[in-house]
Design a protein around this ligand. Structure first.
Ligand code: HEM
Length: 226
């Protein structure tokens, strides 16, 4: 990706190595817009889904307020995902490197990263998450319109109402599963990942360890899309 580059090859005060830009400011802003709008939809959607979780609506101003804003935040989330698509599509296509990496995925789970084949800017799991969210939001927004304007669907077409509810719930649950894994991986599993989506930078060692082909691409100008 052309937006990634070595920010500084001079050793900073406490770093014995170079620092590499992993996420530009624009990428970080879009990421956190997606996170904010998604979390709002998650809290309010769970509140509507089950009476046991209705109390969640009180966190965001109560039931009627949540019902009003949920579809609008859903549209915001959809736009932010399409923006992400535009930003990252070049890095998110599944490559041969990903296929090799997916076969060795157990080393990733066992935390033996040194045995994994080298990866590009994003690894196979990150790309799967991206595509899950991308196709998930398409299903959510289409079925969401059905629920938003449910009274304009005539009762003779009630199967359409039932389909909208089912698709909305199934797509939401799939994205929630992906979201939980994503947050866990990004905050607890891969040290340095969270700082990168806040400050934008990673160390050369981090880049070499987790995304060697990307590291080579940004430091030596070789292609990571093998
Ligand atoms: C509180 C919520 C979230 C946290 C803590 C979080 C954390 C992170 C972290 C740490 C990274 C950098 C990973 C790396 O470069 O190694 C990242 C990247 C990313 N995030 Fe999130 N994120 C959150 C919500 C979301 C949401 C709602 C989406 C929806 C699409 C999302 C999509 C992505 C994508 C596509 C990437 C780049 C590839 C990847 O690392 O999976 N994130 N996030």
């Amino acid at each position: 990706m052309s937006t990634s580059h070595v920010v500084s090859s001079r050793p900073p005060a406490r770093e014995p190595e170079g620092v590499i830009c992993r996420y530009t400011l624009g990428e970080r802003v879009h990421h956190w817009l997606a996170a904010l709008t998604y979390i709002y939809c998650l809290i309010t959607g769970l509140a509507f889904w089950s009476p046991y979780m209705y109390w969640l609506a009180t966190l965001v101003g109560g039931g009627p307020t949540a019902r009003f804003w949920h579809p609008w935040f859903g549209l915001g989330f959809t736009l932010s995902i399409f923006w992400m698509y535009k930003m990252w599509i070049g890095d998110m296509r599944i490559t041969d490197a990903d296929r090799r990496w997916s076969k060795a995925m157990r080393y990733y789970v066992e935390n033996q990263d040194e045995k994994l084949p080298p990866e590009g800017r994003f690894n196979y799991g990150q790309k799967l998450f991206f595509w899950l969210m991308f196709y998930g939001v398409i299903l959510l927004v289409i079925s969401g319109f059905g629920l938003w304007f449910v009274e304009s669907i005539p009762w003779s077409l009630r199967w359409l109402r039932y389909t909208a509810v089912t698709v909305h719930v199934v797509a939401a649950l799939a994205t929630i599963a992906g979201f939980i894994i994503h947050v866990y991986m990004g905050t607890a599993m891969v040290r340095g990942g969270f700082t990168s989506i806040i400050r934008g930078e990673v160390t050369s060692t981090w880049a070499k360890t987790h995304h060697r082909l990307w590291y080579e691409q940004v430091t030596k100008g070789t292609s990571s899309q093998k």
